[in-house]
Ligand binder design. Structure first.
Ligand code: PRT
Ligand code: MG
Length: 215
């Protein structure tokens, strides 16, 4: 049991972009999360399992040791208090930017208080506090782009990749908060107790990330 390695990751872009890293480490899933309803996927190794869960839940599984390692977006990690995990590899995948965005043409400067809609409450708080801007944060769980359109907020803090979603909703980026990519995260106890296995995985992931960075 102690030899088992449990890897937590989310369906969708993170799963797809993590597959080549796993492959380099000799790990290939036997079940396909897009077609299977299983939440625990078997792999070509009897002692390696993949947990397919919500992106925002990945750090939790790793912190509590339900998974030894995981792949999570930096946006998600920034929202976590996170004491019980290491973040050894920037995989450079699922890249995007965390940004403040507002309706095209709106002027937010000189406003005493701003209403900010976001699911990234901590990052938003930190960002505006650093600028000395007073804000009321409105926590949403999705479709943040809607909030300024219906008067719920003055601006939003959200992830932007192509910018297409903002544009389609009459919004434009006004401030860059952080560059985001996904990280390999490791439970602190697993790092000690499963040292060899975990380190082998870290080394493989780091090598793939490095070779891509160089390409
Ligand atoms: O889908 P679900 O709501 O269940 O979970 P999730 O949205 O967290 O999962 P997923 O797979 O969509 O995102 C997982 C991780 O991918 C995030 O935590 C980010 O680290 C990373 N990532 C990279 C992104 C994007 N790019 C991205 N563009 N996550 C979300 N988006 C969304 C963004 O929120 C906005 O709605 O895509 C839209 C903007 O895209 P553009 O191309 O129109 O700018
Ligand atoms: Mg999504």
């Amino acid at each position: 049991m102690n030899d088992e390695l449990v890897i937590a990751l989310s369906k969708g872009r993170i799963y797809r972009e993590t597959l080549p890293f796993l492959k380099q480490a000799g790990i290939e899933p036997v079940d396909d999360p897009e077609t299977s309803r299983k939440l625990i996927l078997r792999t070509t190794h009897d002692d390696v399992k993949l947990l397919v869960i919500r992106a925002t839940d990945v750090p939790c599984y790793v912190e509590y040791g339900a998974a030894d390692v995981g792949v999570a977006g930096k946006d998600v990690l920034l929202e976590q208090s996170g004491g019980n995990l290491y973040e050894p590899v920037d995989m450079g995948i699922a890249r995007c930017r965390l940004m403040v965005a507002a309706p095209v043409g709106s002027d937010l400067s000189g406003r005493k208080r701003l209403k900010v809609a976001t699911k990234f409450v901590r990052s938003a708080q930190r960002h505006f506090a650093a600028r000395g801007q007073q804000v009321d944060i409105i926590k949403l769980y999705g479709s943040m782009e809607l909030a300024p359109l219906v008067g719920l907020a003055d601006c939003i803090v959200d992830l932007v990749d192509t910018g297409g979603t903002l544009k389609a909703n009459g919004l434009a980026p006004v401030e860059h908060i952080a560059d985001i990519s996904s990280r390999l995260i490791v439970n602190k106890a697993s790092m000690k107790l499963k040292r060899e296995r975990v380190h082998r995985l870290i080394d493989k992931f780091a090598a793939v990330a490095e070779s891509r960075e160089a390409a």
